[in-house]
Structure formats: structure tokens, C-alpha cells
Design a protein around this ligand. Sequence first.
Ligand code: C5P
Length: 247
Amino acid sequence: MAENKTVTDCIVFPLDLPTVAEAAGYVRQLSGRVGMFKIGLELFIAGGGQIIEIIRECGDSAIFLDLKLHDIPATVGRAMERIAAWDGVAFATVHCGESPAMLKAAVSASSGRVGVLGVTVLTSVSGNDLQNAGFDPVYADNPGALVMKRAQMARDAGCAGVVCSGRESAAIKAEFGKNFITMVPGIRPDWSAGKEDQKRVVTPAAAVQSGADYLVIGRPIRDAKDPGKAAEQIAAEIRAAAGGGIG
Ligand code: C5P
């Protein structure tokens, strides 16, 4: 975790909502209580860039455009140019895929205005899926090896970091250094209700202790009776886990 960041800065809330109006309600409640809002495909397809303007009007939260681009390098580069033309988009995602050319095109088109994060292996993909897709048994037996290979590809292409599970963050930091950003979804505080569809979950404390820079925390906040209070409780847990190392 970068030394100049506060605990609140580390919390990323995904606006996984079907309409701009519903998303705007969460932005108003959570601005100042989380550091970044993540806009995914659902909301972006529903409302385009409207939500970016709303987030900026509500405060100085960072914006993460999680569109997980995957296309020929020229097309990804052109899409990234449009993303970089928006003010205030801190991060955007691109799949690591089969070749580094797509990542390199994204990094070049970002013009240093957007941090490109590589999506290594989706946490919904199993070793069995990799085997059926024709991957080498080295990866089918150990998907974590493919995560590391793709993190290397992302690093070599000039990406700012990767999206990975909390269980992979420590190894990625050890291999690629503390400045290579890890954005970690699949966070579940001990008190949150069901573990739903996320398989490789970790607590906020464990994620911070593994060196994660940003924690994507959706349903434990979104579905809480008081989302603002839930975000504050998570911040307190992170603060305790960091042992006073961050503000
Ligand atoms: O905390 P919660 O499970 O509700 O967060 C879900 C968010 O995390 C979604 O926006 C999803 O896109 C994102 N995500 C994920 N697993 C990944 C990458 C991103 O759940 N491997």
C-alpha cells in the first residue's frame, strides 16, 4: 500500500447498479467514505459517461472504469484514448489475453493519464476450465501460475498493476515490487452475510496484510442496512490491520 494513501483511499466501491439514478444515490451516500468508485459494464452500458460527471460533482473520489477491454490492439488503443480524454479516470482495465500487444497499445494510448490494470485470470475461471480451453497442464493444475505469467506480461507492457485475488497479492508484490499495484476484489468482512458467488474471498485485514493497494468491496457495503456505516466499519478494520501505518 502506498505510504501517502489514507485508509479511505484504499476502499473501492463498485457501482454494480442498473441505472444512473440508483448509482448516484450510492455516490452521494459514500463520497468521502470510500476513496474510489468503480464503474463496470452494467452501469456504463446503461448510462455511458453520465456517472463520471456525477461522481466528480459529489467530491474528489477517484474513478475506476472497469470495462475489461479485449480486442485487437488498434481498437483497444482507440478505446483507451477516449477513456483518457475524460477528466478524473484514475484506472481502467484490459484483459492480459494471449499477447502483450493489446496491453502495450492500451498503455501507449493512456498517455500517462490513466493507470492501465491487467486482468490476469478471472476468479470465476477454474483449473478445469483452463484444461478444457486447451491450456498447458502446468496452468490447468495451478491457475496461480497463469496469474503470475500474466502479471509479468502486464508489468512488461508498462501496466500500472493488475486485478488479482487477495490470495495472489503477496506473491505479485514479492515478484514485481511494491509499486506494481494490486486491485483486489472478493473481500468479505467476517460480519458480512453470505459469501455469495465469490470463491477466493479474504477479509479486509488479510487483504491489507498481503500488501493489496486497493480493496474492491461491493455487496458488504451495498446491501448493508446503512452503507455509509458499513464503509466506516471496514475502514476501521483496515486501520487496525495496518497497525497505524496508514491514516
Ligand atoms: O464485493 P462484491 O463481490 O460485491 O464485488 C463485486 C465486484 O468485484 C464486481 O464489480 C466485479 O466486477 C468485481 N470483480 C470480481 N472478481 C474479479 C474481478 C472483479 O468480483 N475477479
